[in-house]
Design a protein around this ligand. Structure first.
Ligand SMILES: Nc1ncnc2c1ncn2[C@@H]1O[C@H](COP(=O)(O)OP(=O)(O)O)[C@@H](O)[C@H]1O
Ligand SMILES: Cc1ncc(COP(=O)(O)O)c(N)n1
Length: 268
């Protein structure tokens, strides 16, 4: 019987469709995984910013997880905007109890427009409860700084941060390079617990980068669901996001979304 790979996103909804649950499901679909979602918060959001956040009650987050556990167990999953310590602890307890594997943790904190997507006191919960369950943790540079308490100004700083995050319990880490200064190529650093690998990229000079981190982490989860190795998964995710940023859709008048179709079109 055909075994359809299933991937799950546990994240916030972005009404504008460029980030969060919507970006994740589009990415799963493009890479050939059946997409499922557990919504942790509803955001009113467009390319100009976040106009409102309504967290989903923790009981309802748990119900969604149980519905999936009872019938549709995923081969891989990613977490994005989790908003509160309460939601993080409940999600982590579920993952631990049911032994869900291939967990990609994108430690979403602040939207590109500046809105807080994670409450201040939730950072400790992320470190204590969720990071130890991460197969692959994908912080951007400000998130890696916040999680390690150390500022990152060099390649060595990124390597040290990756090692510290490994000590916190993440099996593998990608420190993303999107926030490097504009003259630098957005090279991401992948630490597999033993070796550092570079994921090479070309910087595209564009404001249309809404949802890049979500899309990248979702692509990793889709590849893991398909049975690819972590190294293969992060390389494919890097190509996927490079294509998505390089062929912008020109939607909205602010930070527009990336193009989730571009990767598959270019493979065809
Ligand atoms: N302007 C850009 N050109 C090319 N790649 C980019 C650009 N901005 C981000 N990326 C890539 O997109 C992915 C997501 O990174 P980043 O934007 O840092 O994440 P986040 O959305 O969490 O801040 C990384 O692979 C990064 O290197
Ligand atoms: C629901 C949700 N999740 C994640 C992000 C982060 O995406 P970005 O950093 O590109 O704003 C977002 N804006 N909204």
């Amino acid at each position: 019987m055909l075994n359809t790979p299933k991937a799950l996103t546990i994240a916030g909804s972005d009404s504008g469709g460029g980030a969060g649950i919507q970006a994740d499901l589009k990415t799963f679909q493009e890479l050939g995984a059946y997409g499922m979602s557990v919504i942790t918060a509803i955001t009113a959001q467009n390319t100009l910013g976040v106009q409102g956040i309504h967290p989903v009650p923790v009981e309802m987050v748990m119900k969604q997880l149980k519905s999936i556990e009872d019938d549709l167990r995923p081969e891989a999953l990613k977490t994005g905007m989790l908003f509160s310590a309460e939601i993080i602890e409940a999600v982590a307890a579920h993952l631990r109890k049911h032994g869900w594997k291939n967990v990609v943790v994108d430690p979403v904190m602040i939207a590109k427009g500046g809105a807080d997507l994670l409450q201040e006191d939730a950072v400790e919960a992320l470190k204590k409860h969720l990071i130890p369950l991460a197969t692959i943790l994908t912080p951007n540079i400000p998130e890696a700084e916040r999680l390690t308490g150390k500022s990152i100004c060099s390649r060595k700083g990124r390597e040290d941060a990756a090692k510290l995050l490994h000590e916190l319990g993440a099996r593998m880490i990608v420190i993303k390079g999107g926030h490097l200064t504009l003259d630098k190529a957005p090279v991401d650093l992948f630490y597999d617990g033993e070796h550092m690998h570079e994921l090479q990229g070309r910087r595209v000079d564009t404001p249309q980068t809404h949802g890049t981190g979500c899309t990248f982490a979702a692509a990793i989860a889709a590849e893991l669901a398909l049975g690819k190795t972590p190294l293969h998964a992060v390389h494919t995710a890097k190509t996927f996001i490079q294509e998505a940023i390089s062929h912008p859709l020109h939607i909205g008048s602010g930070h527009g979304p990336t193009n989730h179709w571009a990767y598959r079109r270019n493979q065809a």
